[in-house]
Write a protein that binds this ligand. Structure first.
Ligand code: NAD
Length: 454
């Protein structure tokens, strides 16, 4: 495929200013929703073939999020696109100052495999709302979902405006050689660095949505049962293959045993199984093998069983885990939950700070002082107090990482802003012109200037 030709065609189309028209953006966003809704069964079948994700979870964790983003953009884009007035300093009066969002132009979106629809399409929706053209490269790992998106988008959209290009490392590397106006990448920190370097060659701005080890920190004053219930759901959703899943638990040693019992109770209650529509396969053999190596049999508190031919690993809880264990050396990204006990909140903070800045942090406490201490001292992309994962669903909360977990953010208005450049404009009139800035520079003029500027 000649990528240069496609990119050139998108640039030419962008230069016609068609995408700057609000009614065009709204029409295309509505078209996308219609196409997806009309073809839901194709989307459900594809993801089931890839890793046996159920219709229920595909709807709630993928399609519903996509539809919400489209609805919000359709409703709000007229407001988002408005110029924003700001105050003008005395040196320029009479005048007005304002900021106008303009679309970056031709965008490359690179998706990850774990929520293949929403991690590809939500950034594309934001780019369309902002008035850009989009080339989407979904992850090749869930091949059926990649094929499904390519089929639906490429059959229903003008490739000059929105095009899916499928492929793996070779194709992505070739795409990245070209100049885009913005690159939006979701994936691992190591590939994020490759994308960042490729973008730097063209001075292309990037948003990087990466991963990391997201902690859940639990102090002794919590509602233990509800904490366990929320954490178990957040951890084992998608068989733990969620970038914002709680990677590991740090719990006050005084409630360590009670928490473990409650965690076990809720795992058993959920009865995680493909047949129960609430569990998925591990995406591929490579990840299946990698995950098994993270389970130290001596440290299994619950679970640990696996079925190789189905690529299933049962929900597994590990105790007596130390920082030197393999499971604490890398992002788990699977259904394994290490639980570590701490004696003081300072110890818990030290552990989190020893690792790279996480994408998410979940603070479970009813103690306001401890909550504020953790919020103040820990750096992370985003998170929740007394819950996990659910902050992702809040469309008014920008979503993104910091440090090794990424840069930039999206969702709702933040997504529109991610694909917009904000042009600053000073608008003067021809009514008057003060002479203060012009030569000759006299002492009298300087005195006036000092009075005006301060
Ligand atoms: P990945 O980095 O392996 O792949 C992501 C994308 O990059 C894919 O489209 C892939 O084709 C492409 N790619 C892979 N190797 C490449 C290379 N050498 N050069 C150019 N492109 C390449 O990530 P993944 O396995 O799909 O996803 C798992 C990771 O993504 C985890 O670390 C997870 O935490 C993170 N993640 C982050 C978010 C987020 O929103 N922050 C969401 C989901 C996943």
């Amino acid at each position: 495929m000649d990528y240069q030709e496609i990119i050139k065609a998108q640039r030419t189309f962008f230069d016609t200013n068609t995408t700057k028209d609000i009614s065009f953006r709204v029409k295309e966003l509505k078209r996308l929703k219609h196409v997806l809704q009309e073809n839901e069964s194709l989307l459900f079948d594809a993801i089931y073939k890839d890793f046996k994700k159920s219709e229920y979870e595909t709807y709630t964790t993928e399609l519903a999020i996509i539809y919400q983003e489209i609805d919000l953009a359709v409703k709000k884009v007229k407001k988002w696109i408005k110029k924003k007035k700001v105050a003008t300093g005395v040196a320029n009066l009479p005048a007005s100052s304002y900021v106008i969002p303009e679309p970056y132009g031709t965008i490359l979106v690179i998706g990850a495999w774990n929520y293949p629809y929403q991690l590809s399409l939500v950034p594309a929706i934001a780019a369309i709302a902002a008035g850009c053209t989009v080339i989407l490269k979904p992850s090749e790992i869930p091949i059926h979902t990649s094929n499904a998106m390519a089929q639906l988008i490429n059959q229903n959209f003008d490739p000059q405006f929105f095009k899916v290009i499928e492929g793996a490392v070779q194709e992505t590397t070739a795409l990245l050689k070209n100049k885009f106006d913005k690159i939006f990448f979701t994936g691992s920190t190591s590939v994020g660095k490759i994308v960042y370097q490729a973008a730097a060659k063209h001075l292309t701005p990037v948003t990087l949505e990466l991963g990391g080890k997201s902690p859940a920190i639990i102090t002794e004053d919590v509602h233990i049962d509800m904490t366990a219930k929320r954490l178990v759901w957040a951890k084992f959703l998608n068989a733990g293959q969620t970038c914002i899943a709680p990677d590991y638990i740090l719990v006050a040693s005084s409630i360590h045993n009670q928490l473990l019992e409650a965690v076990q109770k809720y795992i058993q209650k959920a009865a995680y199984k493909i047949e129960n529509h609430n569990y998925t396969q591990i995406i591929n053999q490579r990840n299946f093998n990698r995950l098994l190596e993270l389970i130290d049999p001596a440290k299994v508190y619950y679970g640990g069983e696996s079925t190789a031919q189905d690529r299933i690993i049962n929900p597994t809880v590990l105790t007596e885990v130390s920082l030197s264990d393999k499971v604490m050396q890398e992002e788990i990204f699977g259904p394994i939950l290490p639980v570590l006990a701490f004696d003081s909140i300072g110890d818990a903070i030290t552990i989190v700070k020893k690792l790279s800045k996480p994408l998410s942090c979940y603070i479970f406490t009813t103690n306001k002082t401890l909550k504020n201490k953790m919020l103040n001292e820990l750096s992370f992309g985003g998170g929740a107090v007394n819950d996990a994962v659910m902050y992702f669903m809040e469309k008014n909360l920008p979503f993104g990482g910091v440090g090794d977990s990424g840069m930039g953010s999206y969702h709702g208005k933040a997504g529109f802003e991610t694909f917009s450049h904000y042009k600053s404009i000073l608008q003067k009139s021809f009514l008057i012109e003060l002479d203060l800035k012009y030569a000759p520079y006299t002492a009298g003029k300087l005195k006036w200037l000092k009075k005006l500027i301060g």
